[in-house]
Design a protein around this ligand. Sequence first.
Ligand code: PMP
Length: 282
Amino acid sequence: MSRIAYVNGQYVPHNQAAVHIEDRGYQFADGVYEVFAVIRGKLIDPAFHFERLERSLREIKIEVPLSRRSLGLVIVEVLRRNRVRNGILYLQVTRGVAPRDHGFPAVVSPSIVMTARAMALPPDPHKFENGIGVVTVPETRWRRCDIKSIALLPNVLAKQDARDAGAYEAWFVDEDGFVTEGSSTNAWIVDADGNLVTRQTNSSILSGITRRTLLELADKAGVHVIERSFTVDEAKHAREAFISSATSFVLPVVRIDGEPVGKGQPGPVAMQLETLYRRYAV
Ligand code: PMP
């Protein structure tokens, strides 16, 4: 079956879907994006994703090009045309096409692109039952990581560092030795006192939608949560560590830079949250 992409109001064959070379997304990474998980044809936490998209757009001064209702209708159509019941929906908005000049063009309309791809979601519970490894890399990103910008070069390089080291994810570490987040995931630990810990949201990390929902689920389940920074050393000596994202759900981290975390196996809190999130999402 051929794939269909949405490009600026049109549904086009995926292999012919294109934007102009002077799209500011292409030349300046002047745009933002969202990735939605789709399970049984339904988006997970759509309102939170729309809210974050609108915020990202506001922060970079692009007008919201379509209402939530219209975006929702297009998303449903993209999923339908691609027959995606389980998978991901990618949505990107850039400032649009204009002659190359750093400042905003006087007249421009945003480019909107959407693609959908089938993926094993929810993730196979056995796929990562042994946990994953992460490597740590210096934080090289800009100071507005709260904006879901398409400028992902540091994230791309970090992920490749992880792969080259045989790990699944890379954790960025700030100048003070604190973990910010993963290249495409949020970072968590269970500290020595049994508290669930994840970094507070400010401009140093992306406010993950999965993170947000997990905080609520943990709270409801009576797990004590603290939003604070933690160092690599604390994470290595923590009882547990894990990562979260819309497509990964909850993945236990059992090795950091080759050293075991806790007992070197997925821990009970990560497993409990994984179960709670799976129930919530499916
Ligand atoms: N941090 C970064 C840098 C990311 O790219 C992502 C994935 N969007 C996340 C965290 C996790 O966010 P979410 O739970 O919304 O997928």
